[in-house]
Write a protein of this length. Structure first.
Length: 88
């Protein structure tokens, strides 16, 4: 699926796993043919958290990793409690 973050487009792809063992990754905004990769072997709330996490990186690439982690997790918990789920 194609997604747009702050006027730049990425291909969001669900994969079985990432080679480095992480849950997700995103190419820098200036990369040609940018991709966001999301590992499929996560719980529903973790999937939501990972998508938000990687999107935050795409929107604000200079944001500190701790801030991204805390913000993504907080937003994911709220959205999950409201019934939001991702169909990967």
């Amino acid at each position: 699926m194609r997604v747009e973050l702050r006027g730049k487009r990425w291909s969001l792809e669900v994969v079985d796993y990432l080679q480095d063992g992480s849950c997700g990754s995103i190419d820098p905004p200036d990369t040609p043919q940018k991709r966001i990769l999301i590992a499929s072997n996560q719980t529903p709330i973790d999937q939501l958290d990972t998508v938000i996490h990687e999107c935050l990186h795409g929107c604000i690439p200079d944001l500190d990793e701790t801030c991204v982690e805390e913000t993504a997790t907080s937003i994911a918990k709220i959205l999950f409690r409201m019934g939001c789920r991702i169909d990967l």
